[in-house]
Design a protein around this ligand. Structure first.
Ligand SMILES: Cc1cc2nc3c(=O)[nH]c(=O)nc-3n(C[C@H](O)[C@H](O)[C@H](O)COP(=O)(O)O)c2cc1C
Length: 175
């Protein structure tokens, strides 16, 4: 079975995106194995570093062995959360370029109506330089997240069905 790395763009423990990841991991289990890639221990990137921290090397090797990556991430101030952008900056400097040509997708949820769309197009733009291979459709932009996701569960049946469809599409997209 193919492996896919999940990178969660929110670092807080009660993150809605972590709850979506937990649910998605289970609903996609027939399609691929989803493993979490941790970014919380990445230091702030500086070109002064002469070697890579172990947290960066670990995620780099998980990505290298994976067939794809899914970003479960909120929108912060209309863009990519700083922790996630920092992680991408680190990963982009690894010699083996683990993100190059890797199949990628984004799952985002927000309390408002726009469902992280602005962040998603910024992330796709960064993916051009990284040569990430983003799946165009389906786009997963979950609106009104606090009504749909409660007590660690996705309560909204339409959202669950849509995520199932996403998992099938991403499986077909992996090569
Ligand atoms: C620093 C910060 C900036 C935010 N900016 C946005 C934003 O631009 N658009 C939006 O829809 N929600 C924004 N939010 C609200 C988040 O969408 C909401 O808190 C979300 O649940 C965060 O994801 P998490 O639950 O996985 O941590 C922001 C939240 C924080 C903490």
């Amino acid at each position: 079975m193919k492996k896919v790395v999940a990178i969660i763009g929110s670092l807080r423990k009660d993150s809605i995106h972590r709850q979506i990841f937990d649910h998605y991991k289970n609903l996609a289990k027939e399609q691929f194995e989803l493993i979490e890639g941790e970014i919380k221990d990445f230091p702030l990137y500086s070109q002064d570093y002469t070697e890579f921290p172990s947290s960066v090397n670990l995620l780099g090797s998980q990505l290298e062995q994976a067939s794809g990556v899914i970003f479960f991430t909120p929108e912060y101030n209309y863009s990519i959360p700083g922790g996630l952008k920092n992680a991408l900056d680190w990963l982009s400097r690894l010699e083996n370029k683990p993100l190059d040509s890797l199949a990628a997708s984004i799952i985002g949820a927000s309390p408002g109506k726009v469902g992280t769309a602005r962040m998603q197009y910024h992330l796709r733009q960064v993916g051009v330089f990284l040569n990430l291979n983003f799946m165009n459709r389906p786009e997963v932009m979950i609106s009104e997240s606090f009504e749909k996701i409660k007590d660690g569960k996705i309560q909204d049946e339409a959202t669950v069905k849509f995520l199932e469809k996403h998992a099938q599409s991403f499986q077909a997209f992996l090569n």
